[in-house]
Design a protein around this ligand. Structure first.
Ligand SMILES: Nc1nc2c(ncn2[C@@H]2O[C@H](COP(=O)(O)OP(=O)(O)OP(=O)(O)O)[C@@H](O)[C@H]2O)c(=O)[nH]1
Ligand SMILES: [Mg+2]
Length: 542
């Protein structure tokens, strides 16, 4: 029942297309019209467009710079199209990741995207599931978009909710030394925010009424957008017009703890994006500026690379080797505590963990880990796991070479068939050259699967300095031409920062690496994943 489906790059190269049986009209006209009047204007709306008798729906893939467009007759109400376009996008990305990562136009031109079979399968599934639901069945409130558009919808639940439910059923919720614990099976819950009523406005409505709310609010973005009031008619935006607005935007971001340098770079890029854009009315100016900033922020926070630790651990297990994660960062940021929380999450997911006590420097570091190891084993007693402790500590006391201990621990884990090795390291200041060299050596020698940088959400400008110097040290002391740098971030003490969430932006912007875990407190349950939309929401809030 579809007229066509086409996948093309933002550069205009058609990678693949499908034309429905019996459809003779070319779809070049409608697609060109869509590109001209919607995509190039960066009007997002609800991602649909009507051209003569055709309905077009599209989806942008910003990571790989692709556009997915589906066309069907306006008279048809195809309920499955939105989900279908999502499915096709995911499938296509997964299947052609390698080709798409190369990006260059030549690679795309030379690649053969034989996607017919996958597409037909997805289409059959979509059509069948919509038939199964019945054509005229009315959606219940719970199924409707509206029911999901509450504040709660900002929280990504994924497998997390399921895990919680299971935990509840099996009565797994337990307490330890005053700590409330619940099951942490599956993917982690995403960080949550308290929101004002304003945020509950449905997205569609928000776009329309944005000018009003910005006028209502004092200061913050309200004031900022207010400045654009004079800009009406068909004037195109110039740097000069935007200067005062951008200054305010920069201050706003800095007030939210985004590092100053990064706030400036972000504003410059928004200015570049908007320069020369022809403005219609005040409303469009307001939503365009806000939208451009919001888009950039979401894009920064969205992982360029998927980090799926549970899957990667399983893969390592199938290769009969432990999956090794190293934690590093400056003193007192929460490396050891979050290492323990991550152990708990891994154990809850059925894995065994060896903690390598490679902080051989700070007094008490080994004992701190031993305490965690005991607590974790009492939460998951060996008798529930075939007589084997689910977490063990590998330690050699103090004053020894950390890289050597890590190496012994990894070998021990391989012999004893542990699934994961978590390497705790001593805190070190980024300017302490000998200690940075030692860390770089530990990583170069042991080549962990994942190097996690642990940083506090409280930091502002300091975040950039830490990350740049940690990465630089790893690069300088690497023995390979493809050095192991930081490949993920643990953002800790997120519970202490209110809505000053700027460090999340600074850290991902500087490294280009994802925030893999968010620490939200001092119990084993206080571990979350990042919800980019919620963080951007908090950043944009006046
Ligand atoms: N509120 C809050 N406190 C945290 C969080 N993570 C860690 N902490 C606290 O931060 C303090 C330092 O934590 P550690 O785990 O010892 O930090 P570290 O980075 O290992 O410290 P060094 O090994 O000395 O470098 C402890 O009091 C933790 O309880 C968090 O997500 N939220
Ligand atoms: Mg520590």
């Amino acid at each position: 029942m579809l007229d066509f489906f086409t996948i093309f790059s933002k550069g205009g190269i058609v990678l693949w297309c499908f034309q429905g049986a019996g459809v003779t009209e070319s779809f070049t006209g409608p697609v060109n019209a869509l590109i001209r009047s919607v995509i190039l204007q960066e009007r997002s709306g609800n991602n649909s467009y009507t051209h003569d008798a055709l309905n077009l729906k599209y989806k942008l893939d910003n990571e790989f710079e692709l556009v997915f467009v589906v066309g069907f007759q306006k008279i048809l109400t195809l309920t499955y199209v939105d989900k279908f376009i999502d499915d096709v996008q995911l499938h296509f990305r997964d299947r052609y990741k390698n080709e798409l990562e190369q990006k260059g136009a030549l690679t795309l031109l030379n690649s053969n995207f034989a996607f017919e079979d996958d597409f037909n399968m997805l289409l059959r599934e979509a059509e069948e599931s919509s038939k199964a639901r019945g054509p005229n069945s009315m959606r219940s409130f719970n199924e409707s978009l509206k029911s999901q558009k509450t504040v709660k919808s900002m929280i990504e639940t994924k497998g997390g909710d399921k895990g919680k439910e299971q935990g509840g059923k099996k009565n797994k919720n337990c307490c330890y030394q005053g700590m409330q614990l619940s099951s942490m099976k599956g993917d982690l819950l995403a960080v949550d925010y308290e929101s004002s009523e304003d945020d509950e406005v449905e997205e569609e409505e928000e776009r329309v009424v944005i000018a009003d709310t910005s006028r209502k609010r004092k200061g913050g973005f309200g004031g900022m957008f207010g400045m654009l009031k004079g800009l009406v008619g068909s004037k195109s935006l110039s740097q000069e017009d935007m200067e005062p607005v951008l200054d305010k935007m920069r201050d706003h971001l800095i007030a939210k703890n985004v590092a100053a340098e990064i706030a400036s770079q972000l504003c410059d890029s928004v200015a570049k994006k908007l320069e020369g854009k022809v403005m219609g009315t005040f409303t469009t100016v307001a939503s365009t500026v806000k939208g451009a900033l919001q888009d950039s922020l979401v894009q920064i926070l969205q992982p360029k690379r998927r980090v799926d630790i549970l899957r990667d651990v399983l893969e390592a297990r199938s290769q009969r080797r432990p999956f090794v994660i190293t934690f590093c960062g400056v003193n007192g940021v929460g490396k050891s505590t979050n290492l323990a929380k991550i152990s708990f999450w891994l154990i809850e997911n059925g894995f065994t963990v060896l903690i390598a006590a490679c902080d051989t420097f700070r007094a008490g570091a080994v004992e701190q880990l031993r305490t965690h190891q005991r607590r974790l084993n009492s939460l998951h007693p060996p008798q529930d796991h075939g007589g084997r402790p689910v977490v063990q500590l590998y330690e050699k006391g103090y004053g020894k070479d950390a890289a050597g201990i890590a190496m012994e621990a990894i070998a021990y884990a391989r012999n004893q068939a542990f699934d994961v090795v978590l390497v705790d390291t001593a805190g070190r200041m980024q300017d302490n050259a000998p200690l940075m060299t030692a860390l770089a050596k530990l990583i170069a020698v042991n080549m962990p699967d994942l190097v996690l940088f642990v940083g506090e959400a409280l930091v502002g400008n300091e975040a950039v300095d830490q990350l740049v110097k940690f990465n630089q040290a790893l690069a300088d002391h690497s023995m390979s031409d493809k050095p192991r740098l930081i490949d993920g971030i643990v953002l800790t003490k997120f519970d202490t920062i209110d809505d000053k969430v700027g460090a999340a932006i600074s850290m991902t912007y500087i490294t280009g690496q994802p925030i893999v875990f968010v620490g939200t407190g001092q119990t084993y349950n206080d571990l979350r994943s990042l919800n980019a939309r919620a963080v951007v929401g908090a950043l944009m809030k006046a």
